[in-house]
Design a protein around this ligand. Structure first.
Ligand code: 13P
Length: 290
């Protein structure tokens, strides 16, 4: 299949009472592992790229690797740009066929964020690309983007939905008490805020900072109306810890085989994505977003 629409996947998930895993991939090993996990489970999947990853490989290479994995899969695969405040990178990935972009305007004042979001939506929609919008601060720094201050920009539910409807935003990323990275203290989760937002609009609601939440937390957020859940740190840990373990064993055995390293990393990432598919209830739901 070619890339799926992130918005369509999230709308189908909202209607079906599950969430689509949106996993941050970093290279061809993690792309293949995530798509294999989704394919085996019959789940839709959203591959997310950070700006840092796009800059490292270049948009053409990353898009080509993701596209070839998507075309070989029997489930819908979307390619999404995660947190991006830099409009030139958004323009670049739109030109290379990404399904969607997260325009992160949480560093801008309200009026500026609203105006620029409308411009990004117009640019993206002209190319058939969906836009996730973030104008509030989600705590934590993700690959160099973001803030640790939770109180910089936080708006009323009506303001947030108003901006989404007025600008034509396809998905919204509100502050929901979660944070990027590992939790240093128990988060105060704003499940009721999701219910309030979902009562105001059908625009899909995205949960950031998925790593470290419990099965009960995910269920509560999904029942409230979340239909795309972002997971990055858990994949990075699976990737790096499996690499560390493999290299320690290679050192002990005196056997150095790169492809075996790739296999071990791929297996660890695949298992992490499989776990999230089960937690989010997306297994067997691939046919619902066609
Ligand atoms: P975690 O790194 O906490 O899983 O958050 C991922 C995320 O929200 C990416 O946008």
């Amino acid at each position: 299949m070619t890339f799926a629409s992130t918005k369509k996947l999230a709308l189908a998930a909202r209607a079906g009472g599950y969430a689509v895993p949106a996993v941050n991939i970093v290279d061809s090993i993690s792309i293949a592992a995530a798509v294999e996990a989704a394919d085996a489970a019959g789940s839709p999947i959203i591959l997310q790229t950070s700006v840092k990853t796009v800059k490292y490989f270049g948009a053409p290479v990353l898009a080509a690797v993701a596209r070839s994995a998507a075309e070989a899969a029997s489930v819908p695969v979307a390619l999404h740009l995660d947190h991006c405040p830099d409009r030139s990178v958004i323009t670049e990935v739109i030109a290379h066929g990404w399904s969607s972009v997260l325009f992160d305007a949480s560093d801008r004042a309200f009026e500026v964020a609203r105006g620029e979001t409308a411009e990004v939506v117009a640019e993206a929609h002209a190319a058939g690309v969906d836009v996730e919008s973030e104008i509030e601060n989600i705590v934590g720094v993700e690959d160099g983007v973001g803030s640790d201050d939770p109180n910089v920009h936080f708006y009323s539910d009506e303001q947030l939905v108003g901006v989404a409807l007025e600008t034509g935003t396809d998905l919204i990323a509100p502050a929901l008490g979660t944070a990027h990275g590992l939790y240093k203290a128990s988060p105060v989760l704003l499940v009721d805020r999701v219910k309030a937002l979902a009562a105001l609009t059908d625009v899909p609601i995205v949960l950031h900072g998925g790593t470290g939440l419990s099965a009960e937390d995910f269920s509560a957020f999904i029942s409230a109306g979340v239909s795309k859940i972002n997971i990055s740190t858990a994949l990075k840990l699976a990737y790096m810890h499996s690499a560390r373990d493999h290299l320690a064993e290679a050192e002990r055995a005196g056997k150095w085989e790169p492809v075996k390293l790739f296999d071990q990393i791929g297996g660890a990432v695949r298992a992490t994505v499989q776990e999230n598919i089960q937690l989010f209830g997306s297994a067997g739901r691939a046919g619902e977003s066609a």
